[in-house]
Design a protein around this ligand. Structure first.
Ligand code: SAM
Length: 283
């Protein structure tokens, strides 16, 4: 996965997305640095992208381009549901996915984030988290998502996996056993979406996941969208359901005021380039 050095002495934060290339941010100011029991958390100020959240030196979200990622993680699932009543978000401690989910007329949204320190840092430096958390429909649980899904008695019409890359505590959120458990708490007709990594750099990961997900769900589709600051610039997501096929949906329920997501973008996002079709063994 990604290696990085947040070298403030050179006043630059570099993230190697391949062993010889990557992305860098000139650091105007280091706003927050703390080692939690799970990861190193840093927030820096960059002239163009604004505040940038790093976990273990890996870009998680930037003020300027986070909407690409959060809109395309959340709305493809919720826009397909007639009545998205209970939604579960696993990971997502920066609050962007929760903010997008609450734009839908749902009853309740749980945010299950393992690291209290990520919440603390984002409450301080990413204003949308507090706004989302002040919504009476939002409930925050500080827990390992893998444990939460085994203890909850709720059934969810949408489950959104906003995990970090498969390293550290996030590893388990990319594995077969996790999805078997997710399926048990998915309400009939529900949808699961998950961030799946770089469309181009993580092909092995996609084909490994597709192998077990296609056996588990009647509908298993990958879709993609740009995220400027993520590795290779195009990000992948999985759409899983036993009832809803996004390519057969007649009516999408799209909240007003989105910056990226719309019906055309939604349909186009499921069109796969040849190298992806090969990786997924799709014709
Ligand atoms: N958009 C980012 C990406 O694609 O890499 C992910 C954003 S969000 C910050 C990822 C969150 O998942 C982190 O805050 C991390 O602490 C949390 N996380 C990692 N493993 C987890 C687990 N097992 N249960 C709950 N949250 C977890």
């Amino acid at each position: 996965m990604k290696k990085s050095t947040l070298s403030t002495e050179r006043r630059e934060a570099r993230e190697y997305q391949t062993p010889s290339s990557g992305v860098f941010f000139r650091v105007k100011k280091v706003l927050y640095e703390k080692k939690s029991p799970y990861q190193k958390i840093e927030v820096v100020e960059n002239e163009f992208y604004g505040r940038v959240l790093f976990l273990d030196g890996l870009v998680q979200t930037t003020e300027r381009d986070e909407f690409f990622y959060h809109e395309m993680l959340v709305h493809p699932a919720l826009a397909c549901l007639p009545r998205p009543d209970k939604v579960l978000i696993i990971g997502g401690g920066d609050g962007g996915a929760l903010r997008e989910a609450l734009k839908h007329p749902l009853k309740k949204a749980w945010l299950v984030e393992i690291d209290q320190e990520v919440i603390r840092a984002c409450q301080k430096y990413f204003p949308w988290l507090n706004e989302a958390m002040s919504d009476p429909r939002a409930e925050l649980a500080i827990a390992d998502g893998f444990d939460f899904i085994q203890q909850t008695t709720e059934r969810f019409s949408a489950i959104i996996v906003d995990s970090s890359d498969p390293v550290g505590p996030s590893t388990v959120l990319h594995e077969r056993d996790f999805y078997l458990k997710l399926k048990k708490i998915l309400a009939p007709g529900g949808v699961i979406v998950a961030q799946a990594g770089s469309q181009w750099l993580h092909l092995e990961e996609h084909s490994k996941k597709a192998k077990f997900l296609k056996k588990m769900f009647k509908v298993c589709r990958f879709y993609s969208a740009p995220v400027p600051t993520y590795p290779a610039g195009t990000w992948c997501y999985t759409f899983l359901s036993d009832k809803i096929d996004p390519l057969k949906i007649k009516k999408l329920r799209i909240p007003a005021g989105l910056k990226y997501f719309n019906r055309e973008v939604f349909l186009a996002s499921f069109a796969l380039p040849n190298f992806m079709k090969q990786a997924l063994r799709e014709k």
